[in-house]
Design a protein around this ligand. Structure first.
Ligand code: DAH
Length: 330
């Protein structure tokens, strides 16, 4: 019995020494100490041997079990250390090195210009309002004094939807929505997308406008002119000349269009950037305001046009192509 225990010991220790991975060590552990191991076989035999030999053999067998357990644990620690050293020697990362610098995104130029315009007008006391892109015929046309057969409807190249709905052709319906909701004084701007069935180098079927409306008692054309001149001067600086031209819009009277001089490729010309005027009395009637008590001015400007001047861009489509080479310049 003693000889068997000794040979189990020699055999087991040499097997443990040969092991090179934690996985194999686990398997060997169940082979050496599991229920069907040679050592267990010996322990099972103990009740059968003469009583006087049992304590010695039992003690030896238990000692062997303890020795093998220690030996396996020691080997396990050795392998863990070896694996860690291997990892440290081969996967060293120098965390003090600078990163390669991930490219960071920026705002789209249309967003930047919208925010710039809103921040100036916000400072002048205009609150920001928004309206839906799908509008009723009433808000987009009729309440703005554009009756069903009015020729101005043709100028708008409207996308018509079902049930007398349209994709809004301008941000002016936000004027109507606001006036239907509240009484004067009203001082709002409304940035957003607008839609027209039109496309060339200076027209896109979707583009952006900012609407403005100021209604109160005693608002005059002088307020309109002073406000818009101050605003445009802040926006463009002194290098761009500004000109007011008399014009026509159904929802304002008198009406003006405002042009800004701009130079691209050494050539200077005027670019129309906004329409404006005193709110037409019929518009007030449509929202149940008394046109004898209140006056006001309104304006609407095209954001793309302004971005084209500020960034000297000559093709509106560049804004929508999402060409990274173009966008990363801003
Ligand atoms: N809604 C007009 C357009 O899209 C622009 C405009 C002109 C808005 C004059 C106004 C205004 O509020 O007073 O062409």
């Amino acid at each position: 019995m003693i000889d068997i225990l000794n040979s189990i010991k020699t055999d087991s220790i040499s097997k443990i020494n040969d092991i090179d991975s934690l996985h194999e060590l686990d398997q060997l552990k169940s082979f050496l100490l599991g229920k069907k191991s040679p050592l267990m076989d010996v322990l099972k035999e103990i009740p059968k041997i003469p009583a006087q030999d049992r304590p010695i053999i039992g003690k030896q067998a238990n000692q062997l079990k303890e020795d093998l357990t220690n030996c396996l644990n020691q080997k396990k620690q050795e392998l863990i250390n070896k694996e860690r050293d291997h990892f440290l020697n081969n996967n060293q990362t120098d965390i003090s090195l600078p990163t390669s610098g991930l490219p960071s995104g920026t705002y789209h130029p249309i967003t930047t210009v919208t925010r710039l315009i809103c921040s100036i007008l916000n400072r002048y006391g205009y609150a920001i309002k928004q309206g839906p892109n799908i509008e009723s015929d009433f808000n987009n046309f009729e309440a703005l004094n554009i009756a069903p057969n009015h020729p101005a409807r043709d100028m708008h190249d409207t996308f018509y939807l079902k049930n007398k709905r349209v994709l809004r052709t301008h941000t002016s319906p936000v004027q109507i929505r606001t006036m239907l909701m509240q009484e004067p004084p009203i001082k709002i701007i409304a940035p957003g997308k607008v839609y027209r069935c039109d496309a060339d180098t200076s027209h896109s079927p979707v583009f952006h406008q900012i609407e403005g409306l100021f209604v109160d008692k005693h608002i005059t054309f002088a307020d309109l002119k002073g406000t818009l001149e101050a605003f445009l001067q802040e926006l463009f600086g002194k290098n761009h000349a500004i000109r007011f031209r008399s014009s026509y819009f159904p929802f304002t009277e008198p009406s003006v269009e405002i042009d800004v001089s701009y130079t691209v490729n050494g050539k200077t010309s005027w670019l129309e950037i906004m329409g404006a005027g005193m709110v037409q009395r019929n518009v007030f009637r449509h929202v149940s305001y008394d046109p004898d008590s209140y006056t006001g001015f309104a304006f609407g400007l095209g954001i793309e046009r302004i971005a084209m001047i500020l960034y000297e861009i000559d093709n509106i489509r560049l804004f929508y192509e999402n060409d990274h080479r173009f966008l990363s310049q801003f």
